[in-house]
Design a protein. Structure first.
Length: 60
């Protein structure tokens, strides 16, 4: 995964879902995610909780 901050829209696009769905997933897992851009550290927390997006699971 990239080592840059991402918007919630960019992150949701990786999973093929809307920002609203991503927010629901975060809420259901009781994750405390700050507002604003998702830092690489926050992204790692989300990847650990949600699993990697489908495209990242494919082997090249």
């Amino acid at each position: 995964m990239e080592n840059k901050a991402k918007t919630r829209q960019q992150f949701a696009n990786e999973y093929g879902v809307s920002v609203k769905t991503l927010s629901r997933w975060i809420k259901r897992r009781n994750l405390c995610i700050e507002n604003g851009l998702l830092t690489p550290a926050t992204q790692n927390v989300l990847y650990d909780s949600l699993g990697l997006p489908f495209f990242a699971n494919k082997t090249a």
